[in-house]
Write a protein that binds this ligand. Sequence first.
Ligand SMILES: [Zn+2]
Length: 500
Amino acid sequence: METGGNSLPSGSDAMKRKVFYFYDPEVGNYYYGQGHAMKPHRIRMTHALLAHYGLLQHMHVVKPVPARDRDLCRFHADDYVSFLRAITPETQQDQFRQLKRFNVGEDCPVFDGLYSFCQTYAGGSVGGAVKLNHGHCDIAINWAGGLHHAKKCEASGFCYVNDIVLAILELLKVHERVLYVDIDIHHGDGVEEAFYTTDRVMTVSFHKFGDYFPGTGDIRDIGHAKGKYYSLNVPLDDGIDDESYQSLFKPIVGKVMEIFRPGAVVLQCGADSLSGDRLGCFNLSIKGHAECVRYMRSFNVPLLLLGGGGYTIRNVARCWCYETGVALGIELDDKMPQHEFYEYFGPDYALHVAPSNMENKNCRQSLDEIRAMLLANLSELHHAPSVQFQERPPDTVLPEADEDQDDEDERWDPDSDMDVDDDIKHLSGRVKREFLQPEPNDMENVKEGEHAREMDAMLAGTAYLKASNSGSISIDEPHIKLEQENSNKSADQPIELNHE
Ligand SMILES: [Zn+2]
C-alpha cells in the first residue's frame, strides 16, 4: 500500500483526485495575429467556464512561474532560445536569415510578448510535473501547454518551445518510466523525436495520417535503438467517431499500461480532434474525447493533462472544461452557466455539441489491422525496462505558491541544476528517419552512435535513485519512491539512499 504522497485512491474510478490547475490570467492576451487560427484567448474562455461551473473551488489554482532561459535550454538549443527572447515584431525585418533558420515567421509568427508566452506555458507544464513529483497532487492540468510540434532548434505548427518534452524530463527525475499519450489530430512529432531512442519514455500518438500536417507518424515508425518499440503511431482517417476511436484507444493504451507500467502519464488533449474543428477532420464528441481522460485517470497513476491544438475555440473551451470536471470526478450540467463569454455558445448554450453526420472513412477492417499491428509491436516488449540509477537531480521551477503550498524547503535552488543543463543541451535535434527504416544493422554508423550518446547524456540528468544491489528498482515496489521523498529532509538536495 502506498502511504503519504499522492492521494491516488486504489478503488473506484468515481473517487476524487487532488488536482492542481495552472493558469496565468495574462495568457488570453497573447495574440498570434489577425486571421491566425491559434488563439490563446481560448484558454481564458476555458477558465471562465471553469469558474462559472464552480470547479475552481475544487482544485488548487496556481499561477505558473515563468520558465527561464536555462529551463528551456534543457531541451532547446541555446541560440534558438536566445533568438526567441530577443525577437520582436519591430526587429524581425532585420532578421531574415534567423527567422528562416528557426522556422519563425509564417505559421509561427513573431508577436508581442512571444517569449513571455513561451515562458508562461512551459512554466505551467514543468510546474505541474514538479507538483506530481512531490506527490502534492494526483493530476496536474495546464491547458495552455501541450505544444507538441516544437523541435530542439525550430518552431513548428504554432509551437515555439516544447513544454511537453520539458515536463517529461522533469518527471524522469523521479519516475523510471513516463508514458506520453497524444490525442491531438496532428502527430505529436516533437515529443516523439525527442525520445525516439530511449526506452524510458513511451510515446503513443493518435492522429490523422496521409496528406496532413506534419506528415510524420507512420505506423511503421516504432522507435530506434534502445527506443525500438517505444514509439507507437496510430494513423487515422477523416471522420473517425467516438466508437471507432475508443476501439483503438482503450485496447492499445490498456496494453501499454500493462506492459510499460509508467510511473507517470502525460496526456496531450489537443481539441482539434473534435467534430467541427476549424482545422481538423475528425468527428469526436466532447464525451468521446474526454473518455480518453477518464480512461487514463482510471489507472491511478500521476497524470499531467495538457492542452494542444483546437481551433473552433468555443468547442475547445467546452472540451477542456468538461475534461477538468472528469479529472475532478464532477459531472457537469449540460446547461451552461451565464458568464462573460456566454454569447460564444449560442444558440443552444449547452456544454455538449452533437457530432456531425460526416462519413467515417475508417472502416472496420482497417481499424482491426491497425490494432493488431500495434498490439503485435507491444508484444515485442516482454517486460518494463529498468534503469541504472544514480542520484535524484534537483527540481526545476516550482509553481508559485498558493496560500497553502508555501514550503520553504522545497524552494528550487537556481544554481543546483547546472549539471542537468549541461547534459541536456547536447540532445540531438533530429533523429534521421531515413537511417532508421528498415532497421539498420550498420554498427559503423557514426550518426547513430552520436544519437545514442546524446540521448544517454540527456537522460543522465534524470535518474532518481541510487542503484540497488540488482542495479535496478523493482517496479513492484512503488512505495520506495515515496519513502525516499518522505525520509529526505530537503527535497532539493540530491538523494543518496541505500536499499539493503
Ligand atoms: Zn493539432
